[in-house]
Design a protein around this ligand. Sequence first.
Ligand code: G6P
Length: 367
Amino acid sequence: DATDKGEFRHYMMKEIYEQPKVIAACLEGRISESKVLTSCFGADSGFLKEVENVHIVACGTSYHAGLVAKYWIEDLAGLPCSVEVASEYRYRKVAVPKNTLFLTLSQSGETADTLAALRKAKEQGYLTTLAICNVPSSTLVRESALTLLTNAGAEIGVASTKAFTTQLTALLITSVAIAVENGLSAEKEQALVNAMRSLPAYVNAALLQDEHIQKVSDRFANKHNALFLGRGAMYPIALEGALKLKEISYIHAEAYPAGELKHGPLALVDEDMPIITMVPHNGMLDKLKSNMQEVAARGGELYVFADRSTNLHSEDNIIFTEVPKVEGILEPIVHTIPLQLLSYHVAVVKGTDVDQPRNLAKSVTVE
Ligand code: G6P
């Protein structure tokens, strides 16, 4: 029952812990032993063969999920993908190339700007409109040609958690489905499906760091600013980590692609500025390590989230948190978990209203 907090003090924590289960629910019936089942898009899955471009439009946390999908769609399918916040999209002249898919992301399906963007898009000659949404009876679902439900169950905490990770899961399914029609080999599809099947267990493993992250959070109680860094698909996760911290702990947080550090934010770094870094284990590892050295050399305190194979560990001004080692494609989803836990525990330490942060609404149905 979504309205029962059970053993948890806040809905947000309950929803964080529900993620292994709801991610499994999101995958259910959408993948077979070896394939993504295109029937999940309904009878009209023919668009998958025709799509040549993707425009993603959303707000808030859903927008961050869209930013991750850009990396997946361009990487796996080789198709151009652009991502925009709905409040911008709705008021500008947009250029729509032939055979472009219009994809909206929304937890509630009632966000006014996203609905307005969809209504505008319907006049722009798109190939079709697809909504990835958590509420089957929502306006967005009703007004879109196609829907992929995220199946996360009702989310009550204003700060979105399980809705976000199931959006990412649904986006991964969609990205692979498009990629299959654009030259992705059967072996690669098989490997991606295997990885997806492991996702609930990986998220469970990430949750095991809860106690450690709670201890780390104490160090944030008197901070006024924080900087989140990520590269590649971890950059949107850095944006989402910063948004979560802002929303519920009221600490000013910004996110930067780590390579941009030297173009401005480095000037802010001193011993009072915690720097949170998501370190994936890929070709960018050494580059990220050198970004971290730039921070350490200026006395900044680094909070590093990485798997053990990176050989990173806690030392002088590095506080290390282990994240399970997973297939690269899944890193954005799995790295989200510790950041949710961090913002939750910081908010609890600060004594804010975790589930109902000041000035914010769960769903913004007016402009
Ligand atoms: C509000 C919520 C956010 C959410 C955003 C978009 O600002 O507080 O958590 O990400 O709306 O909502 P949607 O329902 O469209 O995903």
